[in-house]
Design a protein around this ligand. Structure first.
Ligand code: ZN
Length: 244
């Protein structure tokens, strides 16, 4: 514990998708204390939230060190965000591209709201690091996933709360295939299999396992991204096996 009362622990934004699950393993590998936070904002894919408890338990069962580090889970009701945003993630409309090139699944300011609430919880819990799966390499173009947005927010939260928060985004410069490779490096094939079979990235929250890349509708932009990344990862693996 440092002089400002903050330990070197981490709060991980865990939605139940591939990226946030990988971030949880990344944090468990690094920090002595790891807590998780999830947000219920009326999203259509709320089924993601149901996967969280299973992911936490399964990762704790993988390594004794991870079990010792994993602490409390926090779930915040942010229904207000769903009420005030008209998007395909919170309304029953078809997912499409808007005229400005953003998908209509974009919930304006969502990550800014999430990280701000996460900082409020991290402040109270004495946690310095806030870990999120934001990525601007292989993504839907959401401006609040960009590295500059996160860095600006880190400065704003630090000033506004008079605490030195570190916003960690380990996936920022990794494409989806590299995110699978990271999972493999952190927890081997058991972690890859857990994330493949028990995380949902699908915007529609489809749980049916369509193909070998995991559950999803197979058609929405999130499913397309996930399929492409998983197939690229598998093909990397096959070339490695062929070399050896
Ligand atoms: Zn889908």
């Amino acid at each position: 514990m440092s002089s400002d009362g903050q330990g070197d622990g981490a709060l991980v934004l865990l939605s139940g998708g591939q990226d946030s699950a990988t971030c949880l393993a990344w944090a468990l590998d690094r920090f002595d204390r790891v807590e998780t936070i999830g947000f219920d904002y009326g999203q259509r894919h709320v089924v993601e939230l149901d996967m969280r408890a299973h992911l936490r338990e399964a990762m704790a069962a993988m390594k004794p060190a991870w079990a010792a580090r994993l602490g409390e889970d926090h779930v915040l009701d942010l229904g207000l965000l769903g009420q005030i945003s008209e998007t395909a993630l919170t309304r029953d409309t078809e997912i499409a591209m808007r005229d400005d090139g953003l998908p209509n699944t974009f919930v304006p300011g969502r990550n800014i709201v999430f990280l701000t609430f996460a900082a409020t919880v991290a402040y109270r819990r004495g946690l310095r690091h806030i870990v999120g799966g934001m990525c601007e390499t292989d993504y839907s173009g959401y401006p609040d996933c960009r590295d500059d947005t996160i860095k600006a927010l880190q400065v704003a939260l630090g000033l506004g709360m008079e605490r030195r928060f570190v916003l960690d985004t380990p996936l920022m410069w990794r494409d989806k295939a590299a995110t699978w490779h990271l999972a493999e490096a952190l927890g081997g094939s058991p972690l890859v299999e857990l994330i493949r079979s028990r995380t949902i990235s699908c915007y529609l929250g489809m749980q049916r396992e369509t193909e070998d890349w995991g559950p999803g509708c197979g058609d929405c932009p999130a499913c397309h991204l996930r399929r492409k990344g998983y197939l690229a990862y598998r093909s990397d693996q096959q070339s490695l096996e062929a070399e050896n």
